[in-house]
Design a protein around this ligand. Structure first.
Ligand code: MG
Length: 396
């Protein structure tokens, strides 16, 4: 199905401010299962609302972004991270004339497939799944919205529009792309996704670099004096200190982080608008056929941002306290996987039934996939409680 008819006044209002290169609903590649047009909202708004009402979305509240959920109430969780990504993406979309509801839908869904315990959990699950096709959180986000959410009588999953699904699938191997059909096509043809998808991807980066500085400082894993090694930070904290010499430590760092985020956003808007103008793209199809991504930082800002990311990788993501937490998380995930694989009766009835059915159909790989769906859907605290219940061992 191609093209969704404009269905309501909201859609028409939105079209008047939507640039020609933005994602217009009338050009949508539609939904996998045909549905009547949304009666009181646009189609991308309908996607966003389905995502917000999903079970996987609620679970993000208790999933690690960088710190395991129980380490403190003030750290970002996957949920607050996703909301911050949506906020950054929407403000930029507004300025570039892109489709805000589509950007927001992609941003809110982008981490739905994350395992408990962040990247440590995903790496552990991926190791367990090596013989069965591996595990990748980005692919899992698509699997959640396409298959795993069971809410509607007419279809499995949330039946989102092609454009939202295209945005969720940020990267993909050729092998997986072939199995995914139309949404995987661009990885085989090396074409681009919509500008809204490109934007949600970079908004993710802007959100996590800025909030990880905040969380890292709060946890005392990094310090302001060490952060001064990063040009972007040094430059802005100097300006803040100069302007507000009396400001307390906490407010000073907030203001510095806020300015860094604003600087990144402003640069992204200017550089992307220039790239869009230069490429002379006049429609979503032309955006898809463009030789590269058009949502991008200027080269000097890309380098500065890269230096900040390198710093965070070196001093925060690889910090020994984070590493220790990651080791524990990996153990919980690997132990659970091994236990469920040996004895499916340790899983709730529903998953045990699905695992046995999948094993009958696809052998061990079928069983493994159901176990990986079950584990990846767990929140941090649920995984910890399950581990304690089965192994009677206190890890965290
Ligand atoms: Mg993210």
């Amino acid at each position: 199905m191609r093209g969704i008819p404009a269905s309501d006044p909201v859609h028409k209002v939105q079209s008047t401010i939507l640039a020609p290169y933005g994602a217009h609903e009338s050009d949508s590649r539609g939904r996998m299962h045909a549905e009547a047009p949304a009666s009181h909202r646009g189609e991308y708004r309908r996607d966003r609302e389905r995502i917000i009402h999903s079970t996987a979305f609620r679970r993000l509240e208790y999933k690690t972004q960088l710190f395991v959920n129980h380490e403190g109430d003030l750290y970002r969780t996957r949920l607050t991270h996703s909301i911050e990504v949506a906020q950054v993406a929407r403000s930029i979309a507004y300025r570039l004339g892109l489709n805000e509801p589509l950007c927001e839908a992609i941003a809110l869904a982008h981490d739905l497939g994350h395992t408990p315990f962040g990247h440590a959990g995903q790496d552990a699950l991926n190791r367990c799944m090596q013989a069965h096709g591996g595990f990748e959180h980005n692919l899992q986000s698509l699997r959640v919205v396409d298959c795993l959410e069971l809410k509607y009588p007419q279809f499995p999953g949330l039946n989102l529009t092609f454009e939202t699904r295209e945005g969720i699938l940020k990267h993909c191997s050729k092998k997986n792309a072939r199995a995914l059909g139309s949404v995987g096509q661009r990885f085989l043809e090396r074409t681009q996704p919509s500008l809204e998808a490109q934007l949600a991807n970079i908004a993710d980066e802007i959100a996590y670099t800025s909030h990880d500085i905040d969380d890292g400082l709060r946890a005392n894993l990094i310090t302001v004096s060490k952060l001064r090694e990063v040009e972007l930070f040094d430059q802005h904290i100097d300006a803040v200190e100069h302007e507000f010499p009396q400001l307390g430590r906490r407010q000073k760092t907030y203001e510095t982080i806020r300015r860094i985020r604003n600087r990144l956003v402003a640069d992204l808007i200017t550089a992307s608008q220039a790239a869009i103008d230069e490429a002379r793209v006049g429609s979503l199809d032309e955006v898809r056929a463009a030789p590269g991504s058009l949502i991008r930082f200027s080269e000097p800002m890309r380098e500065k941002n890269q230096a900040l990311k390198n710093f965070l990788r070196e001093h925060l993501y690889r910090h020994e306290r984070v590493h220790r937490m990651n080791r524990k998380a990996a153990k919980v995930v690997a132990d659970l996987y091994a236990a469920f694989f040996r004895d499916a009766r340790l899983m709730p009835d529903e998953y045990r039934g699905m695992a046995n059915e999948a094993a009958g159909r696809d052998g061990d790989s079928g069983r493994a996939r159901v176990i990986s769906d079950y584990i990846s859907g767990m929140t941090d605290r649920y995984a910890i409680a399950e581990h304690r219940r089965i192994f009677n061992e206190k890890i965290f």
